[in-house]
Design a protein around this ligand. Structure first.
Ligand code: NAD
Length: 315
């Protein structure tokens, strides 16, 4: 089996590369990344790595021609809702053009399945919690959410027009080891842990009243979902599935748990709510369970303990 991982130097892509190699030691794993947000030291030594962009046709052509991957896992993106609010054009260009070009290569080289990393941001604050895919229409409220939505539709269009097998996994707030919180756009768990363990570099902020809640999903659950999506014997035509834990934790509870596991106090500076932030996320994952057997193995508290332990190790 040959697989291609885009965004293999990023948080999820690097966890995926490592765990995939352990599960399928004989697989040929090709990774690409342009380090726009990824880190050189996160690239697994066990993969064949190429530095370059998914928006570069010649670069992609060379890799597809040489390796002819069976499956493509597409993590490469400029992520973060708030970053896209500040840079709508740059993120649209990278995220929509990159995915479309990659889909073209998958079509031309007859890839067996493309697994797309989508996002719960598409729901734009779903009306019904827990959120079911079918009961909540897409309501993208930010450039990032719209980019994910367009890319999902593009996957479906490629399935319908060219028979390319595509599946979209809508992740809800992923966290875990390998997620650095050193940018202004970081997600809450990584941002607070970075501030706690690297206090010279960063301060901790609380945006809003802290009662907003998230369905936090430990990264190993996302890795497992991608592997199950690849292994499924079904045929997919751009269908989308929630990938989460199916439990909800508010930010004040997250703070308390981090303090408990780290034995340290977090001092939060208050700020107004972020533009484009939704109040609560909570997924219904029954569709992914039914379709390809997805079942989260690690819950929020255990995942947080592991993440704190990782920060302790690297600090
Ligand atoms: N982390 C989350 O909570 C979350 C939630 C929902 C969806 N997602 C999606 O999962 C995927 C991975 O997210 P992550 O948290 O690991 O982000 P990340 O920023 O750590 O990883 C993204 C990787 O893609 C690379 N990349 C970006 N544009 C590229 C390009 N044009 N060519 C090649 N490489 C490029 C970056 O350098 C980086 O290594 C993204 O598609 C993201 O939108 C993440």
């Amino acid at each position: 089996m040959k697989i291609l991982i885009t965004g293999c130097a990023g948080f999820i892509g690097s966890n995926f590369s490592k765990q995939f190699k352990q599960r399928f030691p004989k697989a040929e794993i090709i990774g690409i990344d342009n380090f726009v947000t990824g880190r050189k030291d996160a690239v697994s030594k066990d993969i064949i790595f190429y530095e370059g962009s998914v928006t570069d046709g010649k670069f992609l052509e060379k890799i597809f021609k040489k390796h002819r991957p069976d499956y493509v896992f597409h993590f490469a993106y400029i992520p973060r809702v708030s970053f896209s609010v500040q840079f709508p054009f740059k993120t649209t260009q990278n995220n929509i053009c990159g995915t479309t070009l990659l889909l073209e290569k998958c079509r031309d080289y007859k890839v067996r399945r493309l697994i797309f990393s989508s996002s719960s941001a598409i729901y734009g604050g779903a009306k019904k919690l827990p959120t079911k895919e079918t009961k909540n229409e897409a309501n993208p409220l930010t450039p990032y959410a719209l980019q994910k939505y367009c890319d999902e539709l593009m996957c479906k269009i490629f399935s319908n027009l060219y028979g390319l097998d595509t599946i979209c996994l809508r992740y809800f707030n992923v966290f875990g080891p390998g997620q650095y919180g050193d940018s202004a756009y970081s997600t809450v768990v990584s941002a607070w842990l970075s501030a706690l363990y690297f206090p010279k570099k960063k301060k901790s902020f609380l945006d809003g009243d802290g009662k907003q809640s998230r369905d936090f999903c430990y990264v190993d659950n996302v890795v497992e979902a991608n592997i199950l999506a690849m292994l499924s014997k079904k045929k997919f035509k751009g269908e989308f599935f929630n990938i989460a834990h199916e439990e909800r934790t508010n930010l004040l509870e997250v703070k308390e748990l981090i303090e408990k596991y780290s034995g340290q106090k977090i001092n939060l500076e208050k700020r107004p709510s972020r533009i484009g932030d939704v109040r609560h996320t909570h997924a219904d994952i029954s569709q992914a369970r039914k379709s390809f057997g997805y079942k989260p193995k690690i819950n929020f508290k255990d995942g947080l303990r592991k993440t704190v332990a990782w920060y302790q190790k690297i600090s």
